[in-house]
Write a protein that binds this ligand. Sequence first.
Ligand code: SF4
Length: 357
Amino acid sequence: MTKRYDGLALLSGGLDSLLAIKVLQDQGLDILGLHFTTPFFGKPWLQDEWLSEYGIESINIDISKDYVRMMVDGPAHGFGKWLNPCVDCKIMMLRKAAALLDEHGAKFLVSGEVIGQRPMSQRRDALSTILNEAGVQDRLLRPLCAKSMKETVVEKEGLVDRERLLGFKGRSRKPQLELAEHYGFTKIPSPAGGCVLAESESSARFIRLMQAKALPTPADFRLSQTGRQCWAGPLWLAMGRKKADNNRLEKLVGDGDILLRTVGFPGPVAILRPTDDGHPSAEDVRDAAAFTASYSTKARRHFEETGEPVTVSAASGDHVEELRVIPSRVTPLGWAEPSPDEVKPWKDERKQAEEAQ
Ligand code: SF4
């Protein structure tokens, strides 16, 4: 029989989410952590550590498809500083968590938010929007700031002892660090769970992808975070910077991709992935191959010393072609990496388009 829990908690793996669960475990309540994963956040490989280090049970819930759809359609409550749609993100996770309550016999939801801690999703008005739109007004408990909030049903009914909850508010992290010490945490994770949508460089990569593909997939977003991202108009080239990127790229190859490898010299693996208007011609593949080979120091040196071109293999499915190219960082296509400076104009343009509708 499935184990039954008192409550289900959003567990990002950040310090606040772990502490929120500990505060309730202290009252003898059984809490199951829900760890949501998307191409933008999620560390499911830490689940064993959460259990052994902090005594927290959790399950992993992959919401990639719905999340990517929300990003592409545009989050109803807008983006934060970069491409983080925090209010819509929280609403989506709480809706999904609420739908799982009955299955786990749970009566309430838990989140580690602290009022006023972060600019976008933790303002009082944003917190109340999240509650209303997720339809969880009376079922969401925030143990770290509960005493600064209205009493919830589970507190009124006595399932949770309000007196043993906390009243943190504001931006100071000191109370959380003291609480972590109280619980004997030897590892202190960052406050939140780590989300690349709140980072400038990743945001620049994502907008390029959304400009190039009307319906990007979760796999596209994963590729756009791997290695060096180079664009030439609508043509997209993802290239490994280090061995781990190369290994990951080999696993990310999909239908229609062209996989480039410098032959006979160590160097990057690269993927040319088609986009809506970016279908590489034979000449484009040759250009990308020359550019990729230029990141192999030994291939470059070989050309400089001998004047001989180097070989790059271009594999598409079972078809493999060997191209002889001159390694070159400056090619006719002019590959370049996206810049965070592109993010704000993109967001402004998108906002104007939405307002004009
Ligand atoms: S920082 Fe990322 S994971 Fe956290 S609420 Fe915002 S969008 Fe969601």
